[in-house]
Design a protein around this ligand. Structure first.
Ligand SMILES: [Fe+2]
Length: 197
């Protein structure tokens, strides 16, 4: 990652809502099936897809707005349509390291769901379409799932200091997984949590 530049002047970026590309963009992170292997329920399907070329699940484009007194950041993510077994493409999901930090997600293209779960186990779902804006309170892990036929693109606005904590998600996932059944998305208990319902 390039060093973050302190800039106390107003700054604008330009986003193409059809592609998720924005300029200037400081960093692009690409997540393939192999990067998310442990997140999907169907491990046979994971290995098959990796052997077949390891498709891209999502891209994140990132821009920090660091000033001498504050540090907001912008992320624009694009989940490409697809499934691993019956489970829809999704993000890894994370808690914030700083548990006092919320985040705003603004869906600009596509359809899907935002899954949110607190450490206490409160599980919430927001259904997304273009224009849906969700405030994610502090202390809720968040994961986006693309259940539609086109790329799902959203803008994330957060405090740079929030930080990403992936470990609890790697260890336990979310309460529900989202799979296709008869052409429709359905929520099933996470098989990695034997006691969930
Ligand atoms: Fe976040």
């Amino acid at each position: 990652m390039k060093p973050v530049e302190i800039n106390d002047l107003p700054t604008s970026v330009w986003l193409d809502i059809n592609t998720g590309v924005f300029e200037p963009c400081v960093e692009i992170s690409r997540r393939k099936v192999s990067d998310l292997a442990m997140m999907f329920a169907d491990q046979e399907a994971v290995q098959q897809l990796i052997a077949q070329g390891d498709p891209v699940v999502y891209d994140i484009r990132y821009h920090p707005f660091q000033t001498s007194t504050s540090d907001m950041a912008l992320g624009v993510s694009t989940i490409y349509p697809g499934k691993v077994g019956d489970e829809y493409h999704m993000t890894k999901g994370h808690f914030h390291v700083r548990m006092d930090q919320p985040e705003i997600y603004f869906c600009v293209r596509g359809t899907g769901f935002l899954l949110m779960e607190s450490k206490e186990g409160d599980f919430q779902v927001a259904e997304w379409r273009p224009g849906t804006i969700t405030h994610i309170p502090p202390q809720y892990a968040h994961r986006v799932v693309n259940t539609g036929p086109e790329p799902l693109i959203w803008v994330a606005s957060y405090h740079l200091a929030a930080g990403h904590d992936y470990e609890p998600i790697i260890a336990r996932g979310f309460a529900k997984i989202v799979v296709e059944k008869d052409g429709q998305p359905v929520f099933l208990p996470n098989p990695r949590r034997p006691n969930s319902s």
